[in-house]
Design a binder for this molecule. Structure first.
Ligand code: SAH
Ligand code: SF4
Ligand code: F3S
Length: 477
């Protein structure tokens, strides 16, 4: 059977996409589904019986990459069953494992039909057509000169009240431990006009919150909409904050080195820019930060946090940490704990260092033994958990706005996100889903908050007393 590129509408086909890794992969998965929709592919809930399965993969740590091969083993059986029934399941491996290990995938799993790197998904329809004809796998892992964003379909499935928008891709920082510069390629920023147009489209489809995405989102620097000069992220956020109907803005992931004065000022001036920032520091030891090639010291990071908190006093911080980077001593690790105590994080991710082939740290001497990594991770996570719980407890009794995104776990409940990203459960009508409403927090849990909807009249009266409700939070925080 050959597929016709122009020949839509084709017969209805089922597409199952499984996504690992960062939010940029989540965004890419949605875009791949958009690109395939005109060929008749509609989303499926499970791989069983699907006409096409895409695994959108992550290469960041060894465990993440290995999951792909075990999943491919399971898919092989499903593909054979489908062939026995006279059907065909096309299997595609996309994302960062595809980019880094394309040849290994086709060797270890010859039943894979398509291998595509993160910069080539706009060519997917053409690859599907070629895979239908080809005997072996179709592999596309180059970094094409054309911009994949220029090939996005105009029609995109709505993302709901909270939407992601990729503004920047790739990384030029080359941290010693990290595969991203190799899997995603060099830094690239989309022009401001394209970002603003996509944001307007998302809002027209019902988005009330947009999270700008990039491997190094605050390295974004794009052509200004009028073509005169260049904007940086702070300026872009100001422009986006003016879109009617858009209540909330966030951006992730930032690098401490790329926070400039304009971005700090955006946190000061834009109430819609949520008071929560994921700003990975990785380590609190200057020796290890140098070995990691991070380009900042622990003191630089602390100063930066101070500047951000001066601009936006209710700002909560989140970070990523790696324990057991090659050369990390017990004293280096203690310095990380000291930094954590000095900052006080609302939330954080922490990982054992995982050696990645081709990165400088993988070949470095003084690899840290596994038991030491495990002990350090346990100690760090205990401290981070304590800080997260303290932060959640500090919200009890506080009033703030929640953007409701869906039904809660129990009947009559709805769930949304606080300004600081915690899930907030309330008893309330489903009609509030997709809307922002004020709540008062009743109780704190390790990973979420329980709250009550505030009486609308009472909330309105308070808003009249305090024209800026965010201001009220800042004082009570
Ligand atoms: N661009 C982001 C990080 C993207 S990767 C930044 O610069 O902060 C997400 C996180 O995975 C990193 O922050 C780091 O903490 C972790 N990570 C990356 N490579 C790793 C490795 N080899 N071993 C363990 N953790 C790693
Ligand atoms: Fe990886 Fe460092 Fe780039 Fe982040 S800044 S993506 S950790 S190389
Ligand atoms: Fe993973 Fe690639 Fe994202 S390695 S974290 S999916 S950029």
């Amino acid at each position: 059977m050959t597929e016709s590129l122009a020949g839509a509408p084709a017969r209805m086909r089922r597409l199952f996409v499984r996504t690992w890794g960062c939010q940029m992969n989540v965004y890419d998965s949605a875009r791949m589904a958009d690109v395939l929709a005109p060929l008749g592919y509609a989303p499926a809930e499970a791989p069983e019986g699907a006409d096409m399965v895409i695994l959108n993969t992550c290469h960041i740590r060894e465990k993440a990459a290995e999951k792909v091969f075990s999943e491919l083993g399971r898919l092989r059986a499903l593909k054979e069953r489908r062939a026995a029934e006279g059907g065909r399941m096309v299997i595609a491996v996309a994302g960062c494992v595809a980019q880094a290990e394309g040849a290994e995938i086709t060797a270890r799993a010859p039943w894979v039909d398509i291998v595509l790197g993160p910069q080539t998904y706009h060519r997917l329809p053409e690859m599907v057509a070629r895979a239908a004809r080809a005997a072996g796998a179709v592999v596309e892992t180059d970094f094409p000169v054309e911009d994949k964003f220029d090939h996005l379909p105009e029609q995109a499935a709505p993302q709901g009240a909270t939407a992601f928008l990729t503004v920047q891709e790739g990384c030029d920082k080359f941290c010693s431990f990290c595969v991203v510069p190799y899997t995603r390629g060099a830094e690239f920023s989309r022009p401001a006009a394209a970002v603003i147009a996509e944001a307007r489209r998302l809002v027209a489809q019902g988005a009330r919150e947009i999270t700008l995405l990039g491997q190094n989102v605050n390295a974004w620097h794009g052509e200004a909409p009028d073509g005169a000069g260049e904007w940086r992220l702070g300026r872009l956020l100001r422009a986006l904050a003016e879109i009617p109907g858009l209540a909330r803005l966030r951006y992730t992931t930032s690098h401490p080195r790329d926070v400039d004065a304009e971005l700090v000022a955006a946190h000061r001036d834009l109430p819609g820019l949520m008071p929560f920032l994921h700003l990975p520091v990785q380590s609190g030891s200057d020796r290890i930060l140098r070995a990691m090639n991070r380009g900042h010291t622990a003191a630089d990071y602390l100063r930066l946090v101070e500047r951000l908190r001066a601009a936006r006093p209710d700002l909560a911080l989140s970070s990523d940490f790696i324990v057991g980077h090659p050369g990390e001593t017990e004293a280096d690790f203690r310095a990380t704990l000291d930094l954590v105590r000095a900052v006080g994080f609302a939330q954080a991710f922490s990982f054992k260092y995982s050696a990645r082939p081709g990165t400088p740290a993988a070949a470095a001497p003084h690899q840290v033994p596994e038991p030491a990594k495990e002990a350090r991770l346990a100690e760090l996570q205990a401290l981070l958990r304590e800080q997260q719980q303290a932060f959640n407890r500090s919200r009890v009794g506080m009033g703030f706005d929640v953007l409701f995104t869906g039904p809660g776990r129990h009947p009559g409940q709805i769930v949304g996100r606080s300004p600081w990203l915690q899930p907030v459960h309330v008893r309330g009508p489903a009609a509030l889903i997709g809307r922002v409403a004020p709540v008062t927090v009743l109780a704190a849990h390790p990973n979420s908050l329980s709250a009550a909807l505030r009486d609308q009249h009472e909330a309105a009266a308070e808003t009249t007393r305090h024209p800026n409700p965010e201001e009220e939070e800042r004082i009570s925080a």
